[in-house]
Design a protein around this ligand. Structure first.
Ligand code: SF4
Length: 84
């Protein structure tokens, strides 16, 4: 199963680990981490916490290992994802 959605809960400490693990999906800003617009169906760039917008279908499968690696590597466990 591919990852269909990824979002950032409150509490990001802007450590940059996720962007290092998967720069195609994660963009760390001054105060939190965003899910990049390029990989989202809705074309928005934010935490995706409210919208929980879907990843483009060609993203979740191809980058699945890196998204999981990023989620597991997040020191405060705020990277959440759904599989479909
Ligand atoms: S790994 Fe976690 S805490 Fe670090 S920047 Fe990414 S979301 Fe934030």
């Amino acid at each position: 199963m591919a990852i269909t959605k990824v979002w950032i809960e409150d509490g990001c400490i802007v450590c940059n680990a996720c962007e290092t693990a998967c720069p195609e999906v994660f963009h760390v800003t001054e105060d939190t981490c965003h899910i990049r617009a390029e990989v989202r169906e809705d074309g928005s760039e934010d935490t995706n916490l409210e919208a929980k917008g879907a990843l483009k279908s060609d993203t979740g499968g191809g980058l699945e290992d890196q998204i999981i690696e990023a989620a597991e590597g997040c020191p405060v466990e705020v990277i959440k994802f759904e599989k479909g």
